[in-house]
Structure formats: structure tokens, C-alpha cells
Design a protein. Structure first.
Length: 908
């Protein structure tokens, strides 16, 4: 042990520490200063940044023995407090720079040191600083973070006041449509917003620490599991395997369509007979400390018989491939599109036909916060599981039978989450926690390291697509033929639904009167497919938007003009044969046109460096807000002595569920004249909040928003007096009238028919257009995205700051999907850098957002959703721009430099 005299946030402390312990663990574990976060744990993300003697360091890899005696350490707790905010913290709030907020303490601490050294930095200085210190953010697209530092610097130089920067509300106090700051922002920027691992430090003594025994191969039969040695290890309380699970030991994938050849019960909680993918959980060690548990994990012996590994859809579809789940064919679901006339004769006589193959890969979600959770039995014998779940009621239904607990006795609660981007639409560690709590009867805690985050959790499901268009020589689309195979990994959950997205979104945005399509879901041994922002649309639209550029080239038409000619106009129908909710794509394109023309001029100018070539590309994006068909949500509200309380299960990934709930409730309650600070939110605890449905499919603003509106309208109706004024809470109680009101809303929509792909699946859609400007280095093949422009129609905007943030963040995830992100190679792609996470210098500072706000008849106060729109097809615009720059058409993502270079070399 070492004795260290340290000055932490200005106060001298004498600490006895293990020299090998990291500073991050000492701050968080020994000192309970949990404002400093641990993300990657290996010096890649900067979430753990602190200042030591005037230098920003990553505390997750800094051992205590390397911290000099008398070092001065500044953590987020020392930057400012809720009562006395640092200008950076104020500015972070003003710019909506904390979405999930997991990266915020690290960024703010890092920026503090920058501003100490340079009181007047340029935007490029700020970007260079964050690049140098590896501060990574997955939510914001980085631009708002630079905006925040620039305004903090102005505040510090006295050039502007907080009042001037703070959001301005209209006279009537309306917050709907404004830049009102989200309720969680203050806690996020001060490091006091507790995430799962922070709450983990506050669990009672005796909480068991869990670690997993995981598969290191992708496909095998399990011959035996020997836990005897592990059980004798120090501190071990129990080693849990499949035989200790009292329930079904399976998670149900809730099969959506009856034609699915599987039954949905294919995902073991703890593997018993087979390993289906790398990282599968085989046993859980529960011990007094995490270190003891990990040491015992190494002693569990698993005897395996290796089986052939089918790491892609074509491999698992081969004639000689064995069934991964014996009894269920590897192709377990099929769907078709039958719209209009037969396409074969139409394509035969079409003036122009184009065809190509496309592949969008296994994009990893890469939230900065790894998966984490805990479970315990409460005083009533109910099992309470806290996790990052973005579908608490959904997950209860998926895991209760597997754990062996009645659904009424299982309560899920969402912890504050540091981003999920959809991977938490699937249960991950919930069932493991449940099984461990049941087996031990004790509180249990499990956190993943980043390697486990990458290798255990689901990924975007790759689509292999073949697509064909036929058009007239004037450029009118007349027919489309599509064929797509979805590599969904070994577990079927929502795989059928995802495959249906191909029918709904390949070619969407355009009036294509005649379509024939065939899609299939394929079981493989690569990472299981979980939802990822955009859910099927980035795969679908990549093919249809890149092929459209190929068509434009063949027709000799400008890609903009070809799109303009074919986008939905009144009377046109979607690929599912229904009319879209609104016709706004012409207006969107009109708004983009001047930007497109400017970009064309820009592309004509020679770049500063002679080895670079400029190009521009566009794409359009369409996606539904809601789950297919009659999706529904419930929300409750209560009149209280101090205002109104909203009870909602609008799970928050970091997108701004708190702000959406508040803005919607405030708008609905405006007749009361209530102030936003008098609306209290109770969120995401099944014991207190009704089933609002999962926060996926960009559904919440529409579905949960409508349920919130309905509940608030019921409250207004319930407290109204005959003269039209409203009773106070005291009056309601005195008259013995109810103060609690329920709201529910169901979307007027119908599921698609599996045989034809036809139907009216979504009551509300989001629409957009993307323009990318790139420079390609023809000596290295590296693409630099210089500018991105997006025109978005998300209906009426509930909160501008939130929606701007959604768009910036989604666009940059699209940039990553286009150029670098992948999870194919289990070794190379298992950390943030290996998997191609975009850092600040990979991303343009010049991102322009333009809006068309078409009122949505089915949206609350005219709103559609926003979360997934920016990741529908921005990558297609980048790929189109690369072709425009250098003539290399990348149809299999990502377009890493070596691929573009190979394309350049092949061209000669
Ligand atoms: N919003 C608005 N006005 C509109 C539409 C939406 O102000 N007209 C706001 C909403 O109030 C909400 C946000 O925009 O705060 C997104 O709303 P919506 O599109 O309804 O989506 P959900 O709330 O259901 O959020 C889920 C969506 C999805 S599916 C993924 S995946 C996703 C996303 O949002 N993951 C995210 N955004 C994310 N953002 C962050 N920071 N982290 C994630 O993991
Ligand atoms: Fe330390 Fe990522 S750099 S947690
Ligand atoms: Fe940066 Fe979520 S706000 S990671």
C-alpha cells in the first residue's frame, strides 16, 4: 500500500492506496466521487478525464503509483457545483451538449484545462484538443460540444452574459418548440447524474459481484462444465450454471409473424447444450468482490465439441450447412413484396435498367457507457432489476419465464443510461441478473467491461441486397425488383420484423408503381442482431439510394433531378402500397436545392492539396415513427398540491425522454397556465409507471406523446368547473374527486401482409434529405467529409435543442457507418478504435440543419419522431459523393481507405 498526500479539488487529503489501482477506481470506489466515469477502460474514450498538475490525463489507465505526492487533481466535482456552475457547464446546458451525459464530465474537465491554457481558442484549436485527449462522444456529433466551448470562452472573457445565451421563451411561457433546457442537464454537467455503475457503488454491503464465464468460440456443443475448482476460490459465494436456473432458461424473442419457422425460444440465458456465438454466457460467478469473481471465472472448465462456424448469411444458407438451432432451418422467415404489375416484363421493355449488389454490415452501437445493472428482492418478495433497458415492460415479458418468476413479481427499472442506440431494445444482462438473484437470494451487481460490451451485446444485422430498377428514358421509375438476406445472428428476436423493413423501405420515398421483392431472415453464428437506430432503413436505403445514382448516371441525369422527378407527390404510394401520412418531400428537396447548387460549385474548385479530389452526393431518407400496426402507449397524470405529476415509461437512452415528456405535458396543460417547473416527471419504473412501450422505432414522441396528451386532456376535463375554470388540488380533495387520470393512445395503422408486403404499417413518418461534400485522397483512399447538410421534416418540433442534437448525432453515426464502423473481425473490432468510432477530427465541423415542419395529423400537436431519421441514409450520400469525387463506387460498407484505394487502382 502507498500513502499519498494529494490535493483533490483544492482540499488536501491523505490516502492509503494500492499502487496498482487506477486513479479512476480510487476516485470512484474509495472516495465515492462518481462524477468521473469509466467507459472503455483502456484510454480510448476520455470519459475518465481528470486534470493532474495541469495536464489532462485518462484516469482509467493511470496507476496510483504514478501519481506524484502532493499532486493537484481536479475532477468534475471540482469544476463547479449545481449552485456555482463553471461557464463550461452553463454553456454545455445551453447547447444541449449533454444528451446521455456520460461523456460530459470528461469533456468538461478536458475543456477546462484547454481554457486555462488558451482563453481565446479557435474552433479548430478546440477540435485539436479533444482529438489529442481522445474525448469521444457517441450522441452529439461533436459540433454542439465545440459550440459549447466557444461560448464558455466568450463568457469567461466577458464578451457575453449567461442571460444573453440562455434560451428565450415567448411571452406566454410556452416551451413547446423552444430551446428549453432538458431537466436532466444540470445533473449531467455536474457529474451528479448517477449511471448504473455509480449506483452500483451505493448498493448495500453484501451485494454479490457477478462475472461471466463466456464462450471464446462461435459454435460448439457443450460436453461438460466443471465448476468445482472455481467454487473453492477465495470469496466465491456461488457458481451458477444452466442447471441452477429454476425457469425455462430461455429468453423469448416474441415471434411477430406466425409464418416464422422458429418459436422464438432460442436464446439461452446460460448456455447448456450449445454455444451459438462468441461471448455467449455459460456460467455466472458470484463473489464478494469483482476481482474474486473474475479469478474464479478463469477456473471454470468448459469442455466443447467445436462445430462449423457460419459467420455470414451466405455461409449459413449453403446447402451443406447444419441447422444452428436443430429443428429450425437456418432460413427461418421469408417475406415478399407484391405491388402492382409483374415486374419481369416491365423490366424487359424498360428504356433503362440498372442492377447491383449491396452490403451493409454489422455496425456496432458503441455507447460510451458499457452495459451494467443490478437486481435484488424487495420487502414484498418482488424481484427488482435495474438496467439500461429501453423497454422495461417488453423485457419483463421476454425474461420472466426464463428466470422462473411470475410476471407480477418481476419489476424492471431503467437506470440513467449512457446511450444505447437500440442495443438495449434487446434484454442483455437483465436475465443474467435475475437468474443470479434467484439462485443466491442476495442483491447482485454486474458490469461489463468494454470488451464484453462489444462481444456480448447485439449488433446491426447485415443485409445482403440485390436490387434492380427499370425506368423510362425521361427518368420515371416504373419497376423495382429486390432480394435481400438478413444475417440476424443466432437469436431470432425481432428478426422477422427487421426483415419486413426491407419490404417497407427499399425504394421508399419514391413512387414505384410495380415492385416484386423477396426477403429472408438467416440464422448465423456471428453477433446476434439487435435493434440499431434506423432498424433496417440504413441497410434498405443504402441499396436504393446508391442504385438511384447509378440509374442517374446511365440516364445522363443529375441525381438531384432524378430524385425530384420521382419523390412522393399527392396520390403516390409507398412500397407497402399505402399513401404516406404527408407529402413533404418536394418541399424538402426545394429547400435543399440552393445548398446542392452551392455544393456543386464548391466541388468544381480545386482542393488545396493536389492529391485530393472533391465530390458531392445526396440521398433521401424516410422512416416510420412507431412499431408496426396498432402500436399503443399508456401514460398517467396526477394533480398534486404543487402541480402535476406525469407517470411515464418513456425510456431515455439519452435522446431526451425527459424533455419530450415535459414539453408535451406542458403543451397539453397550457389551459392551466402551469409552469414547467411545476410538472414533475416519474419515469421508467414499472412499479409506478404504466406500459408506454419501448423507446424504439422513433415511436415515443408520437405514441407516448399522444398518450401524455390524452392523459393531460383527461385531467383538464376532470378538474374543470362548470364556468370553464379549473379546480385546485385542494378543491378536488375537498369535493372528494379523483386526481389521478389515465391516458392511452393507439396508432391507426395495420401490419403489412407477409405474402405481399402491403399494408399501412405506420401512422406517422419522418422524412429528410442528405447532402455530403467530400474530399478523397487518391494516394491513400481516405475520405474526408468536409460538410454535411440535412433537411429534416420531423413534423412540429417539441424541443429544438433536442432535435438538433438528434440530427447531429445520427448524421455522424451515418458517417461512421459509411467510412469506418464494423464488427466483423472478433479480434480487431472489439474496442472503440478497432471498430472505427469516429473521433472529432473524423467529423466535419460544418454540419448544417434545415427544417420543414409539416404538421402531422396523427402526431401530438403535429409532431413526428426524430431519433432515427438522421441515420436512415446519410451514409448513402457519402458513398455517392465518393463516386462523384473519384469514380469509385463502394457498394459494400464500410468504405475504409484501403477499399477506396483498391477501387482507384482497379480503375487504373
Ligand atoms: N422530438 C422532438 N420533436 C419532434 C420529434 C422528437 O423534440 N417532432 C424529441 C423527443 O422528445 C425525443 C427525441 O426527439 O426526446 C427522440 O424522439 P423519438 O424520435 O420519438 O424517439 P424516442 O424517444 O423513442 O427515442 C428513441 C430513438 C431511437 S429508436 C434510438 S435507437 C436512439 C434515439 O432515439 N438512440 C439514442 N436517439 C438517441 N440519442 C441518444 N443520445 N442516445 C441514444 O442511444
Ligand atoms: Fe478512460 Fe475510456 S479513456 S474510460
Ligand atoms: Fe456524449 Fe452521450 S452525450 S456520449
Amino acid at each position: 500500500m502507498l500513502k499519498k498526500n494529494l490535493i483533490i479539488n483544492g482540499s488536501s487529503q491523505v490516502l492509503i492506496v494500492d499502487g496498482e489501482a487506477t486513479l479512476a477506481n480510487v476516485l470512484r470506489g474509495q472516495l465515492h466521487m462518481t462524477g468521473t466515469k469509466i467507459g472503455c477502460g483502456k484510454a480510448q474514450c476520455g470519459a475518465c478525464s481528470v486534470i493532474v498538475d495541469g495536464k489532462v490525463i485518462r484516469s482509467c489507465v493511470t496507476k496510483m503509483k504514478r501519481i506524484p505526492d502532493h499532486a493537484e487533481i481536479t475532477t468534475i466535482e471540482g469544476v463547479g457545483t449545481k449552485e456555482h456552475l463553471h461557464p463550461l457547464q452553463l454553456s454545455w446546458m445551453i447547447h444541449g451538449a449533454a444528451q446521455c451525459g456520460f461523456c460530459s464530465p470528461g469533456f468538461i474537465v478536458s475543456a477546462k484545462q484547454l481554457l486555462e491554457e488558451n482563453t481565446n481558442p479557435s474552433r479548430e484549436d478546440v477540435r485539436d484538443w479533444f482529438q489529442k485527449h481522445r474525448n469521444a462522444c457517441r450522441c452529439t456529433g461533436y459540433k454542439p460540444l465545440v459550440d459549447a466551448v466557444m461560448d464558455a470562452a466568450r463568457l469567461m472573457r466577458g464578451e457575453v452574459t449567461t442571460e444573453e445565451l440562455w434560451c428565450k421563451l415567448p411571452e406566454d411561457g410556452r416551451i413547446w418548440g423552444s430551446n428549453y433546457i432538458r431537466p436532466s442537464a444540470l445533473a449531467k454537467v455536474t457529474g451528479t447524474w448517477d449511471f448504473g455503475a455509480d449506483a452500483g457503488h451505493k448498493l448495500p454491503c453484501g451485494t454479490l459481484q457477478l462475472k461471466l464465464v463466456q464462450a471464446k468460440v462461435s459454435h460448439a456443443n457443450i460436453l461438460s462444465i466443471d465448476t468445482s475448482e472455481a467454487e473453492k476460490m477465495p470469496g466465491v459465494y456461488r457458481v451458477i450454471t444452466a442447471k441452477d436456473v429454476v425457469g425455462k432458461n430461455k429468453i423469448t424473442g416474441l415471434i411477430t409473424f406466425p409464418t416464422n419457422k422458429g418459436d422464438g425460444w432460442d436464446r439461452p440465458i446460460l448456455c447448456d447444450k450449445k454455444v451459438f456465438q462468441f461471448g455467449d454466457a455459460i456460467a455466472i460467478v458470484a463473489a464478494d468482490t469483482a476481482e474474486h469473481a473474475q479469478a474464479a471465472v478463469e477456473k471454470v472448465k468448459v469442455d466443447l465439441e467445436l462445430l462449423p462456424e457460419y459467420m455470414s448469411a451466405p455461409a449459413a444458407m449453403a446447402d451443406d450447412a447444419i441447422e444452428i438451432h436443430p429443428g429450425t432451418p437456418n432460413i427461418y422467415f421469408e417475406t415478399k413484396v407484391v405491388k402492382g404489375e409483374d415486374t419481369a416484363p416491365l423490366l424487359e421493355k424498360a428504356d433503362v435498367v440498372v442492377e447491383d449488389d449491396f452490403y451493409v454490415g454489422r455496425q456496432p452501437h458503441m455507447p460510451i457507457e458499457p452495459d451494467v445493472g443490478y437486481a435484488f428482492f424487495d420487502e414484498d418478495g418482488k424481484l427488482i432489476i435495474h438496467s439500461k433497458s429501453i423497454g422495461i415492460h417488453l423485457h419483463q415479458a421476454m425474461i420472466c419465464a426464463g428466470i422462473g418468476i411470475e410476471s407480477e413479481k418481476l419489476i424492471l427499472v431503467q437506470n440513467n443510461a449512457g446511450g444505447t442506440f437500440g442495443y438495449k431494445f434487446s434484454p442483455t444482462i437483465e436475465a443474467l441478473l435475475g437468474v443470479a438473484a434467484v439462485a443466491t437470494g442476495k442483491p447482485v451487481y454486474l458490469e461489463f467491461d468494454y470488451y464484453q460490451q462489444m462481444t456480448y451485446t447485439g449488433k446491426r444485422s447485415p443485409f445482403f441486397i440485390n436490387l434492380k430498377y427499370g425506368a423510362t428514358k425521361e427518368g420515371k421509375l416504373i419497376a423495382m425488383e429486390s432480394d435481400w438476406s438478413v444475417d440476424h445472428g443466432p437469436y431470432s428476436e425481432f428478426g422477422d420484423l427487421l426483415t419486413i423493413r426491407g419490404s417497407q423501405f427499399i425504394g421508399s420515398g419514391y413512387n414505384i408503381p410495380n415492385i416484386r421483392g423477396f426477403g429472408r431472415t438467416v440464422c448465423t453464428n456471428h453477433a446476434w442482431g439487435s435493434a440499431f437506430r434506423g432498424y433496417g432503413s440504413p441497410q434498405s436505403l443504402f441499396s436504393s439510394e446508391v442504385l438511384l445514382d447509378e440509374l442517374a448516371e446511365k440516364l445522363g441525369m443529375d441525381p438531384f433531378d432524378l430524385r425530384y422527378k420521382n419523390v412522393y407527390r399527392p396520390g403516390d404510394t409507398t412500397p407497402t402500397g399505402c399513401e404516406p401520412d404527408v407529402y413533404c418531400l418536394v418541399e424538402i428537396m426545394d429547400k435543399l436545392k440552393p445548398k446542392y447548387d452551392q455544393a456543386k460549385e464548391w466541388a468544381k474548385q480545386p482542393p488545396a492539396e493536389p492529391n485530393k479530389k472533391r465530390g458531392i452526393g445526396i440521398s433521401i431518407g424516410v422512416y416510420g415513427s412507431g412499431l408496426d400496426g396498432a402500436d399503443s402507449a399508456a401514460v398517467n397524470v396526477e394533480l398534486t398540491a404543487t402541480g402535476v405529476t406525469v407517470y411515464t415509461s418513456w425510456e431515455d437512452h439519452g435522446q431526451g425522454a425527459d424533455m419530450g415528456s415535459l414539453a408535451t405535458a406542458h403543451e397539453a396543460l397550457r389551459p392551466l397556465g402551469i409552469k414547467p417547473e411545476n410538472i414533475k416527471l416519474v419515469m421508467n419504473d414499472m412499479e409506478r409507471t404504466p406500459n408506454s412501450g419501448p423507446a424504439g422505432g422513433s415511436r415515443s414522441q408520437v405514441l407516448v406523446g399522444n398518450a401524455t396528451r390524452v392523459a393531460c386532456e383527461a385531467l383538464l376535463q376532470g378538474i374543470k368547473k362548470e364556468d370553464g375554470t379549473f379546480r385546485t388540488y385542494e378543491e378536488m380533495i375537498a369535493e372528494n374527486l379523483p386526481v389521478f387520470f389515465q391516458g392511452a393512445w393507439t396508432a391507426p395503422a395495420s401490419e403489412c401482409n407477409v405474402e405481399t408486403g402491403q399494408g399501412n404499417p405506420f401512422a406517422v413518418y419522418m422524412y429528410g434529405a442528405f447532402l455530403s461534400q467530400v474530399e478523397v485522397d487518391i494516394t491513400t483512399g481516405k475520405t474526408n467529409v468536409v460538410k454535411m447538410t440535412m433537411v429534416a421534416d420531423v413534423g412540429k418540433i417539441a424541443n429544438k435543442l433536442v432535435v438538433d442534437g438528434q440530427l447531429y448525432g445520427g448524421l455522424v453515426q451515418g458517417l461512421g457507418l459509411a467510412l469506418s464502423e464494423d464488427f466483423e473481425d472478433l479480434k480487431k473490432h472489439s474496442d472503440l478504435i478497432g471498430a472505427g468510432l469516429p473521433f472529432i477530427k473524423d467529423v466535419p465541423d460544418d454540419i448544417e440543419l434545415l427544417y420543414v415542419e409539416t404538421y402531422r395529423p396523427n402526431g401530438p400537436f403535429g409532431a413526428a419522431g426524430s431519433g432515427e431519421l438522421p441515420l436512415t441514409s446519410p451514409h448513402a450520400s457519402i458513398i455517392n459523393a465518393i463516386y462523384n469525387a473519384c469514380g469509385v463506387r463502394v457498394t459494400h460498407l464500410p468504405a475504409r481507405p484501403e477499399k477506396v484505394l483498391a477501387g482507384l487502382q482497379a480503375k487504373g
